[in-house]
Ligand binder design. Sequence first.
Ligand code: ZN
Length: 113
Amino acid sequence: MTKVIAPIGIFRKDPDMLTIHWNDGTVSDLKARFLRSSCPCAVCVNEWTGEKMLDESRIPADIKPARVLAVGRYAMAIHWSDGHKTGIYSYDYLKKLEPGVPASGPGKGVSGV
Ligand SMILES: [Zn+2]
């Protein structure tokens, strides 16, 4: 039984961190800078060769997601504080970047029996 992976909640615990709660019960913490440097858009990655066009040294150290917008049911667009806004991150891609950990720890964290 496979289920389409999707977030049930997206939170910003820190300004430079996106925390995604997934519908499979896991939670991924994604550092803003890591996400920005993993941007899959045609400006950052050559569509044909897969070569990375983005110069990571040009990403501001204090990069932050300015806006996070849902794109259909399968992805989200992130508008960055450096003005970059063409990146669309599919949920599959995000889940591969950071598979996450079970939300409530091992054994589901249920107390008692
Ligand atoms: Zn990009």
